[in-house]
Ligand binder design. Structure first.
Ligand code: ADP
Ligand code: MG
Length: 250
């Protein structure tokens, strides 16, 4: 579903991604860990067309990110085509980013109705189903301010799922939550993984990564330091940098 080969990205003189190699198979969960500033968010943003890759090759579901292939020729995607590709990718951020003036239900139906041209009744049915899936069947008419952070994050996940994405990206989805609210959000993600969703999850929840991740990738300073089975990378890392990081977050 995702294949990165030597992916590079720089902001001016700062090289943030220095040749990332990484593969996420369909239906797998890849957990991405690493110190602040190592390029994790930038990498997710590249996958989701929010940043342009400067070098290497990045494909999502076989399509080269940012380009359309025509025979042997590559054409840069137009804005409309980028928007179309992005519909297939759901993203959940550390900050829930719900529309504050809309109820949970309205937040969820917004994109399917406005962008996906789904009839409103049908979108509402799906939204209600998604609210039940994230354990908030009775919260559809609440505004974000009336919900806890964990509930808001679960609405954000439901909203991303409403576009029926083939890939879900999570950027530290529980980092802004009070500790007692983290579990419910991780439970929703765990269930999503069990249902077969392909996921890339930036997280420092080592327990979650070990239990749910098919692969764990440790990044530092724009490179993949170590990648493999979570039970190996997170328990018996071979690299000193991985060990040092884990000793800080555990
Ligand atoms: P992480 O998510 O691992 O903490 P980021 O991908 O957010 O790391 O950032 C990696 C580096 O890139 C940081 O040094 C950050 O300051 C820099 N960076 C990220 N986005 C931009 C940007 N739009 N312009 C300039 N520098 C950026
Ligand atoms: Mg980040």
């Amino acid at each position: 579903m995702v294949r990165a080969e030597g992916v590079r990205k720089r902001f001016g003189r700062l090289e943030v991604l220095k040749g990332i190699d990484l593969t996420v198979e369909r239906g797998q969960v890849c957990c991405l860990l690493g110190p602040s500033g190592s390029g994790k968010s930038t990498f997710l943003r590249c996958i989701n067309h929010l940043e342009k890759v400067d070098g290497g090759r990045l494909t999502v579901d076989g399509d080269l990110v940012g380009y359309r292939q025509h025979g042997t020729k590559l054409h840069e995607l137009r804005e409309r085509e980028v928007a179309q590709r992005r519909r297939d990718i759901g993203m959940v951020f550390q900050r829930f980013n719900l529309f504050p003036h809309m109820t949970a239900l309205e937040n969820i139906i917004e994109a399917p109705v406005k962008v996906g041209a789904v009839p409103k009744g049908q979108a509402r049915d799906l939204a209600q189903q998604l609210l039940a899936q994230v354990g908030l069947a009775d919260r559809g008419h609440h505004y974000p301010a009336q919900l806890s952070g964990g509930q808001q994050q679960r609405v954000a996940i439901a909203r991303a799922l409403a576009m029926k994405p083939k890939l879900m990206l999570f950027d530290e989805p529980t980092s802004a939550l009070d500790p007692e609210l983290v579990g419910d959000v991780l439970d929703v993600m765990r269930q999503l993984a069990a249902d077969g969703m392909t996921m890339v999850v930036v997280t420092h929840e080592i327990g979650f990564a070990r239990e749910v991740g098919d692969t764990a990738v440790f990044m530092d300073e724009g490179v993949v330091v170590e990648a493999g089975e979570p039970g190996q990378v997170l328990v018996e890392p071979t690299q000193e940098r991985t060990r040092a990081f884990l000793s800080k977050v555990l």
